[in-house]
Design a protein around this ligand. Structure first.
Ligand code: COA
Length: 216
């Protein structure tokens, strides 16, 4: 998979102590992830547990203050994926983000959740036999984008090409190629399929470019 320079931020001088920068593919491959593709960038101030359960395609950027809890379950990211600052991914039931999909900022994706009915104890400090965690996979199709501050609950599939507006709560699966928003998320209208043509154009361009060297 060829790489793209727009995924790189310029180093500012003088050094900004608040900007901890990103780990890149070569270094990430030494950390114990299941797989790391090319041109992967993960902010150094993110918090990621369960590296052997995490598979990363190519052209991925994970920004600052993202928390990924994958000590059980799995996380699979395809190609051309962005996870914006401040997202939380609870991976117990398995989370998949397909090619060209992304989470903007401050989104929580849960593939496991406590029992809120009162029939079981809650939170991870109590022994498993007293709690009743619902575990179910979350799957985001190709070209899905999720708006700021949204929450996605276990068992949800978001069909290819759909978008979810800011501050939405997604409790049930969403069909393909729709624009959705709200609590719970409802379909507003159809979403344009122009992204398919653009992705094809990008893939053609990427296959004809010489492989780019990572920025120093
Ligand atoms: C859902 C969204 C895609 C709809 O955009 P749009 O097609 O341009 O729709 P409009 O702005 O015309 O809004 C249509 C109606 O829905 C309401 N609405 C829009 N987004 C909403 C949301 N997220 N939640 C609740 N209501 C929303 C609007 O107020 C408007 O209501 P009205 O008909 O009573 O005036 C957009 O509003 C949104 O939430 N985008 C996400 C942006 C984001 O999170 N960016 C982060 C950085 S990438």
């Amino acid at each position: 998979m060829k790489t793209h320079n727009q995924n790189k931020s310029n180093q500012s001088t003088p050094k900004n102590p608040f900007d901890q920068g990103y780990y890149e593919s070569a270094e990430l491959r030494t950390f114990g992830f299941k797989n790391v593709g090319d041109n992967v960038m993960i902010a150094k101030n993110s918090s990621i547990i369960g590296l052997s359960n995490i598979s990363l395609g190519s052209n991925i950027r994970i920004d600052g203050n993202v928390v990924i809890a994958a000590y059980s379950g799995s996380l699979a990211l395809g190609n051309y994926i962005h996870i914006g600052g401040g997202c939380y991914l609870g991976c117990a039931g398995g989370i998949t983000l397909s090619d060209f999909s992304g989470l903007s900022q401050g989104i929580c994706v849960y593939s496991g959740t406590d029992d809120y009915s009162g029939k079981s104890l809650t939170n991870p400090t109590v022994p498993r036999k007293y709690s009743n965690v619902k575990i179910a996979p979350v799957f985001l199709g190709k070209h899905v984008i999720v708006g700021s501050g949204s929450v996605i609950l276990p068992g949800v599939t978001i069909g290819d090409g759909s978008s979810v507006g800011a501050l939405s709560l997604v409790t049930k699966s969403l069909d393909e190629w729709g624009v959705y928003f709200g609590t719970p998320a409802k379909r507003l209208k159809a979403r344009s399929k122009n992204v398919l043509r653009l992705a094809e154009e990008l893939m053609l361009e990427a296959s004809s470019e010489p492989t780019q060297q990572p920025l120093k």
